[in-house]
Design a protein around this ligand. Structure first.
Ligand code: GDP
Ligand code: CA
Length: 312
């Protein structure tokens, strides 16, 4: 079993590669739920849905999230009632949120519902939310406001200076059923090239998950989300300094610290190999830009080879 700590799009692109390298039913993704929000009474899980749409082959190809061939009839009608349209809700996407919300109201845990949704899209990877409990990534801005992650990222386009990031509700949250087992029993634990602060750290913030990663006998190998000192997409370059990390492939490795046995960086950053290795993890440089599925598959194989090499 290969267990992947996963945010949204970066993780989805990586999982597409991994499932070309190993059977999908041997892959478990432990997915960030700090981005989840409630709009119009509907529970929305952006990272779970991005992964489902990618692996189900229905993602919007240019946008890289949401559905291909989407329409916005409902959103247009909602404008009539003065609903603020800052969070995009397409008609096809809404069907998922409607179904999920109905199932949650019936009492089904998110981990069960996420499995049902994934299967409906023909996804064989096991998708587990980090927790079934309701948590939220909250951003404290330098000017003292407390925003939900999506208010910061989508509504305010990551413009505000950030002072602090936290996963609200983490203290009382428990790992979803199967999460700890998927880490402890894994043949390899892979950290996808996801946002370290608002995707990976928010998974690790659920009590018990970081400990399971640390105590698992499985080797832990991560992929840098930073290439040549820049993000491929998203706002990690704005958030890494907030947690005292340098915006570089070495800075992210240093941030994960003793968690890592192996670290895969882009070939553009090959000169950082010794800096990373000096701090602990074995480091390999390769092509990590996953626009091409064949590159994503090769990257996954490199990760699995490195995991074999560092197996403790
Ligand atoms: P989000 O939840 O949709 O923001 O996606 P993630 O949490 O997975 O984080 C996006 C991160 O993935 C960003 O920091 C990107 O730089 C990184 N990323 C996206 N695509 C790639 C890729 O092809 N290669 C690498 N190395 N990183 C990527
Ligand atoms: Ca996300």
């Amino acid at each position: 079993m290969y267990t992947v700590l996963a945010g949204g799009v970066g993780a989805a692109r990586f999982l597409r590669g991994l499932t070309a390298a190993v059977p999908a039913d041997e892959v478990v993704a432990i997915v960030n739920v700090g981005d989840d929000l409630t709009r119009l009474g509907l529970r929305i899980c952006p990272d779970l849905d991005s992964i489902t749409y990618w692996l189900g082959g229905v993602v919007h190809p240019a946008q890289q999230w949401g559905r291909a061939d989407e329409r916005f009839t409902v959103a247009e009608e909602l404008a009539r009632f003065g609903h603020e349209p800052w969070f995009t809700l397409g008609d096809r996407d809404l069907a998922v949120h409607l179904h999920r919300t109905m199932r949650l109201r019936e009492g089904a845990p998110l981990s069960v519902v996420s499995g049902e949704v994934a299967r409906a899209f023909g996804v064989d990877v096991r998708l587990l939310p980090a927790t079934d409990d309701e948590v939220a990534t909250r951003i404290t801005t330098a000017d003292g406001r407390d925003l939900h992650f999506q208010e910061y990222w989508v509504r305010e386009r990551a413009a505000p200076e950030v002072a602090h990031v936290r996963l609200a509700g983490a203290e009382d949250a428990r790992p979803a059923p199967g999460v700890v087992e998927a880490l402890v029993d894994a043949d390899a634990i892979l950290i996808a090239p996801s946002n370290p602060v608002v995707s990976i750290d928010t998974i690790l913030a659920v009590p018990g998950i970081a400990e399971a990663v640390r105590t698992s006998p499985a080797p832990v190998v991560g992929v840098s989300p930073i290439i040549g000192g820049e993000v491929v997409r998203g706002m990690a370059h704005r958030l890494l300094p907030v947690v005292g990390a340098e915006v570089s492939a070495a800075g992210v490795a240093h941030h994960y610290g003793a968690l890592l046995d192996g670290w895969v960086i882009d070939q553009q950053d090959a000169e950082l190999r010794d800096v990373v290795a000096a701090a602990g993890p074995r480091c390999v440089a390769t092509d990590t830009m996953m626009d091409d599925p064949a590159v994503a598959a090769a990257l996954a194989r490199t990760c699995l080879r490195l995991a074999e090499e560092v197996r403790r």
